[in-house]
Design a protein around this ligand. Structure first.
Ligand SMILES: Cc1ncc(COP(=O)(O)O)c(C=O)c1O
Length: 502
């Protein structure tokens, strides 16, 4: 007989009732072939004695197993594992090992995509400072205001309708509020019909790529480019065509040269602050790109992820504001203004494209978060988002200046950079003799995580990669000072190491 006492482990302190625990464990034993069909089960009295539980517990467990057809009573013979269950090859019952294997490795094959090799996000552990890719400071996020408006919305029974299935385009009030907001602040001339609400910019990029690129079709991106966009384009079957990016942004004459050679379906551009180098696409190049898009009939996927954070002068109007041919798909989000976890973004495009994108979005995500969308709509209407954005701009401006000053004073010997006109990160390049991977490893020892973008395996530019993004927005002034201290310690150590080799 099976050593039930060893094999079945009941936990009297667990929230799951004992009879359910027993029932589940017997099912497991049947499923993994340890209790084969027609195996006789011990009587309830014996089982109760062996497991040190009340007999009623065993009876309840057997009743449950019977109700689920795992076991059967044969009159005058006893209780048996259901004889009509299929025979399963017996597997070891050391339970946890088996379960662990099944948790780690699928028992079936599936498509694994090498290009989707991103690591998961890890929050820096306590005591570790992180220079990230350029993300907002969650500590200043207007979360109490969001909670207040959210609560006011759900308090009204009338608003309960938003808990149901809603429009696949996103909440109408938000689309209306965004249309006005984007028209006022970015010179767009759009309407709610041209807006699809997404879960952040990333979804907008994905939907656009899916609709634009068939297998092997060409998309133009910068030689340095936002890595997650590249991954999307590769994932959707597109072929990346790299063009140079200089201090005026994407080199549009390179785009033109490509258009003369092959059919280009789309150009992806982070026009306001190129990711990763932070440069702004100049006005003549904007005009040129728009002109090319009409001449060669390609789409411009304009990812304006950090439009609101421009420090030197007024933000430059997006390409979308000058689009007379219906060639621009404008993508943005509230994730950078409010907080990355507030997954609400938008895609603005000609109506036929928005309609198709909404239908595509529906197959993966029936709809967004209606109540959150309504909350943000009300906050835009009341000017709260705009006030927060102004406040954040002021804070990030000061942080940018502090970080740049300290970097220049203390680390100018090793690093080169231009003070970015906007955004939340600095693009730092190395003078010579050092390597980013080595710097990252050494910085880690000094409790500094350099987590910003630093090239990608499929980048076409030569390694070692020229730059690393160092985010400043998410750190307080004291944290910035401390991060620079740790970076200085790191670089001084590496400098001595280099000198000792010479
Ligand atoms: C250039 C760029 N585009 C898009 C995104 C995605 O942003 P979201 O959080 O809105 O999906 C990011 C995020 O950092 C980004 O840097």
């Amino acid at each position: 007989m099976l050593p039930y006492k060893t094999v079945i482990k009941l936990d009297k302190k667990a929230c799951t009732p004992l009879y359910i625990q027993l029932c589940n464990q017997v099912i497991q034993l049947i499923k993994c072939g340890v209790l084969a069909p027609s195996t006789k089960l011990p009587g309830t009295r014996w089982m109760a004695d062996t497991l040190q539980v009340h007999r009623k517990t065993v009876i309840a467990a057997y009743d449950e197993l019977m109700a689920q057809d795992w076991i059967e009573v044969r009159p005058a013979k006893g209780t048996f594992v259901n004889g009509s269950l299929p025979l399963v090859e017996q597997q070891p019952i050391s339970g946890t090992g088996l379960a662990e294997k099944a948790r780690q490795k699928a028992g079936f094959s599936f498509i694994q995509r090498k290009h989707l090799n991103s690591r998961d996000t890890e929050f820096p552990r306590k005591g570790i400072l992180g220079l990230d890719d350029g993300v907002p400071d969650n500590r200043i996020a207007p979360i109490e205001e969001i909670a207040r408006v959210y609560r006011n919305i759900v308090k009204k029974s009338y608003n309960r309708r938003h808990l149901s299935y809603g429009s696949i385009y996103g909440n109408m009030e938000l689309r209306e509020a965004l249309a006005d907001y984007l028209n006022d602040t970015r010179g767009l001339s759009t309407s709610p019909d041209n807006i699809l609400i997404t879960r952040g910019s990333q979804m907008g990029i994905y939907l656009s790529a899916r609709l634009l690129l068939a297998q092997g079709e060409n998309i133009v991106v910068g030689e340095t480019n936002y890595r997650s966009a590249n991954k999307v384009f590769i994932e959707t079957g597109g072929r990346l065509n790299r063009v140079r990016v200089d201090e005026n942004g994407m080199v549009t004459s390179d785009v033109e040269a490509l258009c003369k050679k092959k059919k280009i379906r789309a150009v992806y551009v982070t026009s306001h602050h190129h990711h990763p180098t932070t440069v702004t696409l100049s006005a003549p190049r904007r005009m040129h790109l728009l002109e090319l898009s009409q001449k060669y009939h390609f789409a411009i996927v304009e990812d304006d992820y950090d439009y609101d954070f421009h420090y030197c002068n007024a933000p430059i109007l997006p390409l979308a504001s000058g689009d007379s041919g219906g060639n621009v798909i404008y993508i943005g989000a509230l994730c950078k203004i409010v907080a990355p976890a507030i997954r609400v973004g938008y895609l603005v495009a000609p109506k036929d494209f928005v309609d198709e994108a909404a239908r595509l979005r529906r197959v993966i995500d029936r709809q967004g978060d209606q109540i959150l969308e309504l909350t943000l709509a009300r906050m835009i209407r009341d000017g709260e988002i705009q006030r927060h954005s102004k406040k954040a701009l002021k804070i990030y401006h000061a942080r940018r200046d502090l970080f740049c000053t300290l970097l220049r004073e203390r680390l100018g010997k090793y690093f080169e950079f231009r003070k970015p006109e906007g955004g939340m990160a600095i693009w730092v390049t190395l003078r010579e003799g050092y390597d980013w991977e080595e710097i990252k490893a050494e910085a880690k020892k000094n409790k500094l995580k350099l987590g910003g973008y630093c090239g990608d395996e499929d980048d076409t530019i030569d390694q070692p990669y020229p730059g690393l993004r160092m985010g400043f927005a998410s750190l307080t002034p004291d944290e910035i000072k401390e991060a620079v201290n740790r970076l200085e310690t790191t670089m001084k150590f590496l400098e001595q190491k280099v000198e000792s080799y010479v």
